[in-house]
Write a protein that binds this ligand. Structure first.
Ligand code: SAM
Length: 340
């Protein structure tokens, strides 16, 4: 893991400790709590899964809590819990309840495939959950099986319906795969006519854990399809959002497009990631900046960990292209190993 030490300036008037060289204040931490997943989505994991190390290899909940404590003292106030599939990890709900008590964390979002959430939605309603982002790549059962290689469509649809009826705000994430599910963009958009949810179309990124994909469809292509069908579609501007958000007049919900491959939102990205193995990433496309697990397990003090995080942020690349180039990142990790 390299740290480039040539540009360590901090903008003058910022209160936050985590400001990158381009003035972006990092207040959002995405914590991937496991690399295991019950599904095998084509664009995320090979059919045989990814190599799994012993449980010791990934961060323990107490270690994560310690890190969240450190991050909140550095100015992080939003958390996303992701994976792998977060709900395959035993003890998640108890962990969430403990994190819920962290004073400076005022929002906890979750990304899940929703297969296991049926019985715990009411527990989640009692926490500071801002949104539940649920992955759903097809509204057709046979196609869902083709994409996820698992037969969980019925339970997932049932759980999504339950979640929509709850107090939690729901976002459906659909990774658009050319030639596989791109003909469902309009059917997905119709869901937001009567439902106050957000449907988000995500550009496929090169994190399949296998060979590069040929089914990438760009955010611009997705928007063209939407504009043809919905000429009155208008865009809402949101600060620091990775998604471009659109409304169709009369529709209850919203439509998001996430250009994760084109990387058009990097200038406003304020996200940090910690992988299941405890590696801090300041960009999805970098190779990792600090091994936080090693620091925790070798008895480094909170101050030393804090300083390492600050330094990593001060060395943050301008965008995903610079990150990729700087670290010559050519390994195709699975998104489950990085934390989606
Ligand atoms: N298991 C959970 C789920 O299915 O939502 C959380 C982890 S998953 C890695 C998080 C998000 O990353 C999902 O919305 C998934 O669709 C997205 N994702 C995974 N691999 C991707 C890829 N190669 N390109 C774009 N998005 C991807």
């Amino acid at each position: 893991m390299e740290i480039v030490t040539n540009k360590l300036q901090k903008p003058a008037y910022s209160e936050s400790c985590l400001v990158d060289p381009f003035g972006r204040e990092m207040n959002y931490l995405r914590l991937a709590i496991t690399n295991r997943c019950n599904l095998r989505c084509l664009y995320c994991m090979p059919a045989e899964g990814i190599p799994l190390n012993s449980r010791d290899f990934i961060l323990q909940f107490e270690e994560m809590e310690k890190l969240i404590q450190i991050f909140q003292n550095l100015g992080v106030n939003k958390l996303r819990i992701t994976g792998g599939e977060p709900f395959v990890r035993k003890g998640l709900l108890e962990f969430l309840k403990r994190v819920n008590k962290f004073e400076k964390i005022n929002l906890i979002n979750l990304t899940t495939n929703a297969v296991f959430i049926g019985n715990i939605i009411s527990d989640l309603e009692g926490l500071k959950i801002g949104s539940l982002n649920i992955s759903l790549d097809s509204l057709k059962k046979d196609r869902f099986f083709k994409v996820t290689r698992r037969d969980d469509f019925d339970i997932l649809i049932k759980n999504i319906d339950k979640a929509i009826k709850s107090k939690i705000s729901i976002k459906l994430n659909m990774v658009v795969l050319a030639g596989i599910n791109d003909d469902e963009i309009i059917s997905f958009t119709r869901l937001v006519k009567d439902k106050p949810i957000e449907v988000r179309f995500i550009e496929q990124m090169p994190f399949s854990g296998g060979p590069a994909s040929e089914s990438i469809m760009s955010a611009d292509q997705i928007l063209d399809i939407l504009r043809q069908q919905y000429p009155l579609l208008y865009e809402q501007s949101l600060p620091n959002s990775t998604a471009r958000i659109f409304h169709n007049p009369g529709y209850k919900g919203t439509i998001g497009i996430i250009a994760g491959y084109s990387r058009t939102f990097c200038s406003s990205c304020t996200r940090l990631r910690v992988t299941p193995e405890g590696i801090l990433k300041t960009c999805l496309y970098d190779r990792g900046a600090v091994n936080l697990k090693e620091m925790l397990r070798s008895g480094k003090t909170d101050l030393q960990i804090k300083n390492a995080i600050i330094l990593a942020v001060q060395n943050r690349a301008k965008d995903g292209f610079e990150s990729q180039e700087r670290y010559n990142r050519n390994s195709n990790l699975s998104m489950a190993q990085i934390g989606g």
